[in-house]
Design a protein. Structure first.
Length: 202
């Protein structure tokens, strides 16, 4: 793995943890923590471009999550405009989603970790740090890691009737699950956007 010599720039603008990629693109700024060497290189997935990790983030992955990236791709899209998402492949060939964001995602990560710990497989569990936490704070950024789930994007391909049913089961489990006592949500209610939610799911 080659790490970018540029510092991790906290002033650069900035994709979930629940991981839905839309067609929105992330501007790539050379010399910042979004920099991606060879970002014009064609790859199989139009949302992924070859990249290098910032030194600070690479160090966090090694020290906190016990991961060393062999290959790195920058992933565009997602619902979190304050985040950057990378896909890395570790030394064993396993893929991971690495997200860094300024948003407070601790509650969602704690909930996903607790639900999966109780045996529910419908939610991707975040990888725990060496301190058994589902996230790590690096400066002002919250870093989380989860298994990379390949396949088609449901926002693009749509869902079958059975898949809609499975999604409903997942949402029911999440809404009925007792919140983790260690963390509280940062806000209540549904965040309103300027885009109709139904249009996002078509």
């Amino acid at each position: 793995m080659r790490c970018s010599p540029a510092p991790w720039d906290p002033t650069s603008p900035g994709p979930l943890a629940f991981s839905t990629c839309l067609t929105a693109r992330i501007d790539v700024h050379q010399g910042s923590w979004h920099s991606a060497e060879g970002h014009n290189t064609t790859v199989n997935d139009p949302f992924r471009t070859p990249a290098t990790l910032p030194l600070t983030l690479a160090g966090t992955l090694r020290s906190e999550f016990g991961l060393r990236a062999e290959t790195v791709e920058l992933v565009s899209g997602g619902f979190d405009p304050a985040a950057t998402l990378w896909r890395i492949v570790d030394e064993s060939g396993r893929g991971w989603a690495v997200k860094s964001t300024r948003r407070d995602c601790r509650y969602g990560l704690a909930l996903a970790s607790a639900v999966s710990h109780d045996g529910f497989t419908g939610v991707v569990a975040p990888r725990l740090t060496r301190a058994h936490m589902p996230w790590s704070m690096t400066g002002k950024f919250l870093v989380s890691v989860s298994q990379w789930i390949g396949g088609d994007d449901a926002v693009t391909t749509g869902l079958s009737s059975n898949q809609w049913g499975e999604l409903g089961k997942i949402l029911r489990v999440l809404h009925e699950y007792r919140p983790p006592p260690s963390i509280t949500p940062v806000r209540r209610g549904i965040k309103r956007t300027d885009q109709d939610a139904r249009n996002r799911l078509r």
